[in-house]
Design a protein around this ligand. Structure first.
Ligand code: SF4
Ligand code: SF4
Length: 479
């Protein structure tokens, strides 16, 4: 395996850059009165109820294997962005209040008092971690910093430090049903517009059904797919595939969001609430399959948590698949008719989204999660190349905007965190003529559109995987 290439960028001007916090709580709104007592009690609850967390906090031997594996550390060199240092912000408090050695000999075991200044560091560095799990791949004990970050954020939430972006999104979902707060009429209008666009472009009347009770398939997409580039092209690609295959499918106004931001703050209750909502909608529509569209953490929640958090099993009522699994199944049955020549002028690479690559299952075998997206791209185009082996599959770098960091005030963090991925991309652009990078995550696509120009790269080179497949679909007006 080659070494990770990282571009030389200037360290961030303000290493302690933070997200905005809600005005009804947090540092802008003030900590709750008994914050210290509350935070320690919540940490106690977490270590008692979450055995994995306790093992993670107890088992680090400071071997250093994880130190240079985080894209934020590689991007800015801030020592507190080393995964082990990020963990220690909580590990020290755990030792101080929940171990005998930490109570009696705090200095010898790195125990830390939970002070306001330490809480400040939590609110900075748990929001400079995208919960991508890359560091855990290199840790001999599999210590998962993402889990520690989620716990840190949930404690911050409990004492009133609530990140504005994540909570705004969750409020939108609660109020209207999707991250963007799009009402049903706006969704219907958008889909009508897409039908007109596709008809004009192809001459074929491809439908984008909404709330269709005759459908067999419910497609659950991140709400960005309904209007933003390049996400919407992925949705168009899915619609073309359904059209070619004569599949009865629908979108839903009620379940109009695949993403589940409750994961980012480890809020099980909210995660369950949103999951039940999807389940109820799917049952009401009477579909046989729920397909989860191109959203990395949506698939992490669906593949890892749905069966557990719905009690009697979401997957028992209908089949749940990732859209890539669904399309791949058509491919391996030789049902997809594709014209690869439409991509003759492109050289395409693939960015493995961290939440899919390290947080989810796909297909029958463990490595299918890497193989299936590549098989789809290779079926749709002749010129596919991978980036360096130490930057793909389980070693993939996060785009830099995952885990609830896709907000403007964190742009400095997002740019420096994107730099390891961009370095690998620049290598294949320079050496293999790559023109496009496909992805299967709405956050990755939005992040790259924002940050690629900061590296003098064209924002339009980031595309949806189902856009590449959909553009190659041979459409039949008779279907
Ligand atoms: S961002 Fe990823 S690599 Fe960095 S500490 Fe968090 S989980 Fe580990
Ligand atoms: S690789 Fe694991 S054991 Fe080694 S320092 Fe990092 S977290 Fe600790």
């Amino acid at each position: 395996m080659g070494s990770v290439s990282t571009r030389k960028i200037k360290p961030r001007k303000s290493p302690s850059v933070k997200p905005n916090f809600c005005s009804d709580g947090g540092q802008s709104g003030g900590l709750v009165e008994n914050w210290q007592e509350l935070a320690i009690a919540k940490l106690g609850e977490e270590v008692r109820s979450n055995r994995a967390l306790r093992v993670f906090l107890d088992s680090c031997v400071k071997c250093g294997a994880c130190t240079d594996k985080c894209h934020y550390f590689l991007g800015d060199g801030d020592p507190l962005n080393m995964p082990v240092a990020r963990q220690d912000l909580i590990r020290g408090v755990y030792r101080r209040y929940f171990t005998a050695a930490g109570k009696f000999f705090p200095k010898f075991v790195g125990a830390l008092d939970l002070t306001e200044s330490l809480l400040e560091d939590w609110s900075t560095y748990y929001y400079q971690c995208s919960e991508c799990r890359r560091c855990s791949v290199y840790c001999p004990f599999g210590i998962d910093t993402a889990e520690i970050t989620m716990v840190g954020r949930s404690i911050l939430d409990a004492v009133g430090i609530r990140q504005n972006y994540i909570h705004t999104v969750l409020d939108n979902v609660n109020r209207v049903g999707n991250n963007l707060g799009m009402i049903g009429a706006a969704i219907a209008d958008t889909l009508e517009g897409l039908e007109e666009d596709v008809l004009e472009e192809t001459g074929v009347n491809v439908k984008f059904p909404l709330d269709d009770t005759d459908a067999d398939v419910l497609l659950l997409v991140p709400s960005a797919d309904l209007f933003a580039e390049p996400h919407v092209d992925g949705l168009i690609g899915c619609a073309k595939i359904f059209h070619q295959q004569g599949i009865r499918w629908t979108l839903s106004t009620e379940a109009s969001e695949a993403a589940n931001f409750a994961l980012f703050i480890g809020d099980d209750e909210k995660m369950q609430q949103m999951t039940r909502h999807v389940r109820d909608t799917a049952l009401k529509l009477g579909v046989k399959q729920v397909l989860v569209g191109e959203c990395g953490h949506a698939w992490r929640v669906a593949s890892s948590y749905w069966p557990d958090i719905t009690g009697n099993g979401l997957t028992a009522d209908f089949e749940t698949l990732h859209i890539c699994e669904f399309t791949y199944d058509l491919l391996r049955k030789n049902r997809l008719q594709l014209d690869r020549s439409v991509h003759n002028n492109k050289v395409i690479t693939f960015h493995d989204s961290c939440n899919v690559a390290r947080g989810s299952r796909m297909g029958e075998y463990p490595r299918d999660v890497y193989r299936i997206p590549r098989a789809l791209l290779q079926a749709a185009c002749d010129n596919f190349v991978d980036m360096a082996p130490d930057t793909i599959c389980e070693h993939t770098f996060c785009c830099g905007g995952g885990g609830g960091l896709l907000t403007d005030e964190l742009m400095e963090v997002r740019v420096s965190g994107a730099s390891p991925r961009v370095s690998a991309l620049e290598d294949v652009i320079a050496n293999q003529g790559v023109t496009h990078m496909a992805a299967i995550c709405a956050i990755c696509k939005s992040q790259f559109r924002s940050v690629l120009p900061k590296f003098d790269l064209d924002m339009n080179m980031i595309v949806s995987l189902h856009q590449i497949v959909g553009d190659a679909v041979v459409l039949n007006s008779e279907t």
